[in-house]
Design a protein around this ligand. Structure first.
Ligand code: GLC
Length: 747
């Protein structure tokens, strides 16, 4: 489905118009020549300074290293600053730096621009629910344009950590549980942030994080231990990282966690071995916040100096806030524990990134206050944020077509988030405004429904309320409505970093409030603002409709209102499984079959199966699931051949008809099962998807090409290869797709 072409063209034009104005003329030597010459003049102290990043005092995201960044800049000890934003502040810091830099080496400014800079888009998990790669690229493009106009050179995004555990708060920042979808999204986001030329004034360095497998923390507890086979690491967790290397990502960030006993920040196999070796990554690697220092509590380094040696030797190039490279690397060099070549390589990679951005030509080319003012909140940006938010909406339930609402209905809007303008932009919302700029659900509804007698608004409860005093007013409000809409969910800071939870139910007494609302005997629609899959069994039993809105961003209230009233027909699909119970976690669709698979109801009497005594194995809502206001019928699944040759292609086609009453988007999904392998294989894996728009009554044939490359995995002897044998294909609108065909891969 093509995003509104006019919007894309308009945005592209406006971005390039800026680029033309900003292109400076001063020509300097080609990069390699320039950097080699510069490094030839640099002392070892000046080289080490390039490996040092400190945080400005804007926001800190972890234990502060205690060093004062201004004092260190004055000593010429810093190569990069994070958490400094806006043109004026970054210019001020850059001026201080250049005044104290003998060779006038500009600072690199990094910041967490995860799902928007000022114009905030849906949280990344929500944006992934759009399954729309153009939408993902567009949101990163807009984020880059606003960040670049504000003096930021580098974003610590995309976060590409696969996770199968909603207890982990950082699922909100990623692309969910699936490697294929996550890889496609990762590629699109890097292209959005970096464009095709980093010299373009509207682009910034991207940073793939957190390398690697951070989302597999045991028990979903942030920063916790990760232990897995190399096969699972390479097959499930690494492909999204590799996709960003293929997209030309400029930087990487190592993760806090260990993998099989080795912290990523000091993991030579991971950084120098896979990233810079096998994948030939030419950019630079920054640690996560004080990640080097943390190798001491990990029990992997005896002190900071040792940790610094391990990091530099592993292939890390820049120390985020830890102060370790600054304080210890020169001595480690003198002691022969690190080499000048390692320091030179790290320094070169960082200087090359600064060169690519044009900072040596003009260190202030991102510091134009007029450009900043005219770029932030541009109408095209807000329109893009609304479009992407609409595409992220997932309709989980809609009994008796209670949705879309009709304008003539009397609707009582209730719930702790009904008028919220702060949480709606989610966590990691950069410099997004939480004081009233974002569109709340109430505001969005009032824009659509101008007859004030038709809608009412009352909170009823707070998110983590224990008192019930607000409830009465809200219930009175709802008593004479035709429909009740409850806008509920989490605080934005219940997901994101250091926000793991053992309980993933709706917080507080929101469920009790829903029960009171249900007693009024009216249809109740639950709208969810949340950053992780929640356990919603009671809600699914008792609500008439459920709309998953995630944290939809600056324009979130408009998107929710437009979806509730049918201006937007929701077409999103879940990027992550919603469990029945947190006791099922980790739960994900592409699991193994085991030797005693439990096949649901038909096995109900079978005790000795891989099952629970108190719950079905199935999730509440499956990966890839999402309804629409219209109806899509799949038929006529065809396969071009029952055999696939090693270098051939098999075409799979299916007819999809819109048999309902609304135009709508559908994500047609292709799953493949490798029936027998030299190691066991998942029950099915996503291998393709195609988002299509079908007008009501329209039918389209969707085709997928399958080649042997799609069937590759890490075999028993760890070769990445496809093995001849039987395969099954499933096509449909979720990971429970039933239409199926078979083929055989032959040598
Ligand atoms: C944080 C996060 C990382 C972020 C960095 C800088 O601790 O783990 O995602 O980019 O520090 O804020």
């Amino acid at each position: 489905m093509k995003l509104n072409k006019a919007l894309l063209l308009l945005l592209a034009f406006s971005l390039s118009a800026h680029a033309q104005k900003a292109k400076t003329s001063k020509k300097i030597k080609p990069r390699n020549e320039f950097v080699t010459e510069l490094m030839g003049k640099m002392t070892i102290d000046e080289k080490i300074a390039q490996l040092v990043q400190y945080t400005a005092d804007g926001t800190i995201t972890g234990p502060k290293s205690g060093d004062n960044f201004v004092a260190e800049i004055k000593k010429g000890n810093v190569g990069s600053i994070l958490n400094a934003t806006n043109v004026k502040y970054t210019r001020e810091i850059q001026e201080l730096n250049l005044k104290n830099s003998r060779l006038k080496i500009p600072l690199l400014f990094g910041y967490d621009v995860i799902h928007g800079y000022k114009t905030i888009f849906p949280i990344t998990l929500g944006e992934t629910a759009s399954w729309d790669l153009e939408a993902a690229k567009l949101s990163s493009q807009v984020a880059a344009a606003e960040a670049a106009a504000s003096g930021v050179h580098w974003t610590f995004a995309p976060m590409v950590d696969i996770s199968r555990d909603p207890r982990w708060g950082r699922v909100s920042e990623g692309a969910g549980e699936d490697t294929y979808l996550g890889s496609k999204m990762a590629f699109a986001r890097v292209k959005g942030f970096q464009g095709d030329n980093l010299y373009d004034i509207n682009t910034i360095l991207a940073c793939t994080k957190h390398f690697a497998a951070y989302g597999a923390a045991e028990a979903g507890r942030d920063y916790n231990t990760v232990d897995m086979s190399e096969r699972v690491l390479r097959e499930t967790y690494l492909p999204p990282f590799k996709a960003t290397v293929d997209a030309g990502v400029a930087t990487f960030m190592t993760s806090f966690n260990e993998i099989a006993g080795v912290p990523s920040t000091g993991n030579k196999f991971l950084v120098n071995g896979i990233l810079k070796g096998e994948w030939d990554f030419k950019g630079f690697v920054v640690t996560d916040y004080t990640g080097i220092n943390e190798m001491v509590p990990h029990g992997y380094a005896k002190d900071d100096a040792h940790a610094g040696e391990l990091a530099l030797t592993a292939g890390v190039d820049m120390d985020m806030v830890g102060g370790v490279f600054l304080k210890h690397t020169k001595k480690s060099l003198a002691e022969g524990k690190v080499t000048e070549e390692q320091i030179n390589d790290a320094c070169r990679r960082i200087l090359e990134a600064k060169y690519d951005l044009g900072l040596f030509e003009d260190p202030y080319r991102y510091n134009d206050e007029k450009r900043e003012a005219s770029t932030i909140y541009r109408k095209e940006h807000l329109d893009a944020a609304l479009k992407v938010a609409n595409k992220s909406m997932v309709l989980l339930k809609n009994n008796n077509s209670v949705l879309p609402l009709r304008k003539e209905q009397k609707v009582a809007f209730v719930g702790p988030l009904v008028s919220d303008e702060a949480n709606i932009i989610g966590s990691w919302a950069a410099v997004g405004d939480r004081t009233g700029y974002a569109v709340s659900v109430e505001e969005g509804v009032k824009k659509l429904i101008t007859d004030k007698s038709k809608v009412s608004f009352a909170k009823g409860v707070e998110i983590k309320d224990t008192k019930k005093d607000l409830m009465k007013a809200a219930l009175d409000n709802a008593r004479n409505a035709d429909v009740i809409v409850a806008v509920m969910g989490e605080f934005e800071n219940q997901t994101g970093e250091a926000a793991s939870q053992t309980d993933i139910n709706l917080p507080g007494i929101q469920k009790e409030f829903l029960a009171e609302l249900k007693k009024l005997g009216k249809p109740v629609v639950l709208v969810l603002l949340n950053g992780r899959p929640l356990t919603l069994n009671w809600e699914n039993e008792n609500m008439d409709a459920i709309l998953e809105a995630w944290f939809p961003g600056t324009m979130g209230g408009d998107a929710i209102a437009q979806t509730l009233y049918g201006v937007n027909n929701p077409g999103g699909k879940l990027p992550m499984t919603f469990p029945r119970s947190v006791g099922q976690v980790p739960i994900y669709y592409n699991h193994k079959n085991t030797g005693r698979p439990y096949l649901g109801a038909k096995d109900a009497e079978q005790k000795y199966k891989s099952r629970y005594t108190d719950s079905d194995n199935s999730p509440l809502f499956a990966f890839g699931y999402g309804l629409s206001y219209t109806k899509f019928d799949y038929s006529n699944l065809k396969i071009s051949s029952k055999t696939l040759n090693a270098n051939g292609t098999v075409k799979v086609s299916v007819d999809v008809a819109n048999t309902g009453n609304y135009d709508g988007e559908e994500v047609v999904q292709l799953y493949i099962k490798d029936v027998v392998g030299s190691v066991t294989r998942p029950v099915r894996e996503l291998k393709g998807f195609n988002k299509i728009l079908l007008k009501k009554g329209e039918k389209k044939t969707v085709t997928f090409d399958i080649t042997a490359t799609d069937l590759k995995f890490y075999t028993l002897d760890m070769k990445f290869a496809a093995e001849p044998g039987d395969f099954e294909v499933f096509v449909g609108g979720s990971s429970n797709a039933e239409l199926t065909e078979k083929f055989v891969l032959v040598n």
